[in-house]
Design a protein around this ligand. Structure first.
Ligand code: ARG
Length: 268
């Protein structure tokens, strides 16, 4: 079976000021070395993959003092040209929120204030008609209600239970309108049951793949860009007919981020 690719519009932020200077998730160790130059080259390779696939990539100007700003997925949620702004849990990332909101305002989008802690597409993933929304570590459920009001899409709250998989996009990847891949153990029993009911054909990832942030993948419906270390997941995806493209983001992973974290989907 050949699957159809959808043209995507992505927003990314060059990791000019990337560093691991604080620890707000279990992946981050401020005492461990990070190769900043390599981080930039790895990010450029990711951007190059999207351009080669024919997608549109916009860039937001990185700001000094915001080392996690490269993780553009946390900058907003954008559906039907509506932008729900973000509010970070941690003060270290707070100033990223107005920077992303300004970018969307200048680009002519209607933006809505966050009001509650909400880390954008890190915790809100559109899967067909449903907006899957993670909670437990960052985004709060009041933000899920707000997202449902703003986007008019049914929001499905999913409880994350493993601190290593603190954002929904570290535990689940939307492959196309009908299917997702996820690590069952990253969700509460009730949320696992919800996922089984909504996505009976989902690809179930193994812990080894999630532990290299394999689920932090970006799909256009046909091509899935994922960390090159997630070999088991890549094989499972190819078996389902997806084309997989591996990317090594070793330096960004030291901050707990992979390809999806670096990529915000702009849906006009
Ligand atoms: N260091 C960042 C944080 O902990 C990583 C964010 C990763 N982004 C994502 N969408 N999962 O907030």
């Amino acid at each position: 079976m050949t699957m159809d690719a959808t043209h995507r519009h992505y927003l990314m932020c060059r990791p000019t000021y990337f560093a691991v200077e604080y620890a707000i998730n279990p992946w981050m160790d401020p005492t461990a070395p990070v190769d900043a130059g390599l981080a930039i080259r790895q990010w450029e390779a990711l951007r190059g993959i999207y351009l080669d696939l024919g997608h549109t990539v916009d860039e937001i100007e990185p700001l000094p003092g915001l080392p996690d700003m490269v993780f553009a997925a946390n900058g907003a949620t954008v559906i039907d040209g509506n932008v729900l702004a973000v509010e970070f849990r941690d003060p270290q990332r707070a100033d990223e929120a107005p920077a992303y909101r300004d970018w969307f305002e200048r680009a002519g989008f209607e933006t809505h204030e966050a009001k509650y802690v909400n880390e954008g597409e890190g915790d809100m993933l559109l899967a067909g008609d449903f907006l899957l929304a993670g909670t437990g570590f960052r985004t709060v459920t009041a933000a899920h209600d707000r997202a449902q009001e703003i986007f008019g899409r049914p929001v499905i709250t999913l409880q994350l239970v493993d601190p290593r998989f603190y954002h929904l996009d570290t535990a689940l990847c939307v492959l196309d309108e009908r299917t997702v891949a996820y690590l069952p153990e990253a969700f509460s029993p009730g949320s696992q049951a919800v996922l089984r009911r909504l996505f009976p054909d989902a690809v179930l990832a193994a812990p080894a793949d999630a532990e290299v942030l394999g689920l932090n993948a970006v799909s256009d419906g046909r091509h899935v860009v994922l960390p090159s270390q997630a070999t088991g997941l890549a094989a499972a995806l190819r078996e389902r007919g997806y084309e997989t493209i591996g990317i090594d983001l070793s330096e960004l992973r030291k901050a707990g981020g992979g390809p999806k974290c670096c990529t915000l989907v702009v849906r006009k």
